[in-house]
Design a protein around this ligand. Structure first.
Ligand SMILES: Nc1nc2c(c(=O)[nH]1)N[C@H]1C(S)=C(S)[C@@H](COP(=O)(O)O)O[C@H]1N2
Ligand SMILES: [Mo]
Length: 360
């Protein structure tokens, strides 16, 4: 049915974080191929997934444009398309590693996955509509609606909506295929935005409207939720919307508390990803961050897409618990910090927390 696993691969499934709405985690320790099989790609939905009819469906492009228009699913499919891989990571990925424990979906390592997306470049639609010279953002509005959970909560039902700076619009795709297959209901059928380099919340599913704005959007999903505290030049705290993914790496294997035979070779394996620049370096520490050594990359460097890596470790002869860490650096020199940055609250969890393994 979907991108098939090798016949020898273990038959594993997604991990349930919430039953309804559906929130399912990719079992990150199963990382193997560059592209995550569709059936294992994590699902993060705030509301029940709307089931949209492909024949009745229309996408409206409007707002600050010369000629607003609507386009059907079939018409969009007939437009010239692009295909590119992009890694989606939920901004709350790794939340379970925060101490003390915080509210929200308790994601471990697997609210991140990579697929190859096919669709129409957002710019093709914007060009057809004709941008107002004062356009500053593009708002993606979606068909799903309900009562969100993050305080302060709006009094009525709220639809999912996120805006994107006009300068970033060039990278966005209005996608209808995921790893060569029609996008499934849970992943946003019939159309979703894909914004490579940004946290998953920017890649709006079940897209109904694309609205060009001349003022920044300050809706629920970029202020109450998916916002963080920044400081202006006078040190006044202010809310800003999350956007770019922070540079990050994660160890898929060994798993937490995995038993590793003393004195044996072990292939440490993982992935690293970041935002609008590529991952340049990943290092591994097998002594809780005292010393670091470089890894070997398995994938080429590309912005907004993970690079898998491996590292040959000789497990020590001496039995005991060892802490493994990985640390990525991007092409601009940004590296993972040692501690979680509290300004980001329960999001942007990219510090170098250790994976404990038991050598015996
Ligand atoms: N319409 C809509 N789009 C959405 C969401 C949503 O709840 N509704 N969740 C966002 C979040 S928080 C993430 S991390 C990604 C997850 O995409 P996926 O479920 O295909 O993995 O979708 C984003 N797009
Ligand atoms: Mo997310």
């Amino acid at each position: 049915m979907s991108t098939s696993l090798a016949p020898s691969a273990p038959q594993v499934g997604l991990i349930i974080r919430e039953r309804e709405p559906v929130n399912l985690e990719y079992p990150f320790d199963q990382l193997e191929e560059f592209l995550t099989p569709n059936d294992l790609f994590y699902i993060r939905s705030h509301f029940k997934a709307p089931v949209l009819d492909r024949h009745a469906y229309k996408l409206a492009i409007g707002g600050a444009v010369r000629e607003p228009f609507t386009i059907t699913y079939e018409e969009l499919l007939a437009m010239p398309s692009v295909t590119r891989p992009a890694t989606l990571e939920c901004a709350g990925n790794g939340r379970i590693f925060l101490v003390p424990q915080v509210k929200g979906a308790q994601w471990q390592l697997g609210a991140v996955s990579t697929a190859e997306w096919t669709g129409v470049p957002l710019t093709a639609l914007l060009e057809r509509a004709g941008l107002d010279p004062n356009a500053c953002e593009v708002l993606f509005e979606a068909a799903d609606t309900g009562t969100p959970k993050e305080e302060p909560i709006p009094p009525g039902d709220t639809s999912y909506a996120r805006s994107l700076a006009i300068g970033k619009a060039k990278d966005a795709i209005i996608a209808y295929r995921m790893n060569g297959e029609e996008i499934s209901v849970d992943h946003g059928f019939p159309l979703r935005a894909i914004v490579p380099g940004h946290y998953g919340m920017a890649s709006v599913k079940w897209l109904t409207h694309i609205r060009v704005l001349t003022e920044p959007f300050e809706g629920y999903w970029q202020t109450s939720d998916y916002g963080y505290w920044d400081y202006d030049e006078n040190q006044n705290p202010m809310r800003r919307a999350l956007g770019q993914m922070a540079v990050k790496s994660a160890i898929a294997r060994p798993r937490t508390r995995e038993f590793v035979p003393a004195g044996s070779p072990y292939r440490v394996f993982g992935a690293a990803w970041g935002s609008d620049t590529h991952i340049e370096k990943v290092e591994v520490s097998t002594d809780d961050g005292q010393t670091w050594q470089p890894v070997r990359f398995l994938d080429e460097a590309q912005f907004g897409v993970w690079r898998r890596w491996e590292f040959d470790w000789s497990a020590p002869e001496e039995k005991g618990t060892y802490v493994l860490k990985s640390r990525a650096t991007d092409a601009q020199g940004n590296s993972q910090p040692e501690h979680h940055d509290k300004r980001f609250g329960t999001y942007v969890i990219h510090h170098t927390f250790g994976i404990e393994v038991v050598v015996r």
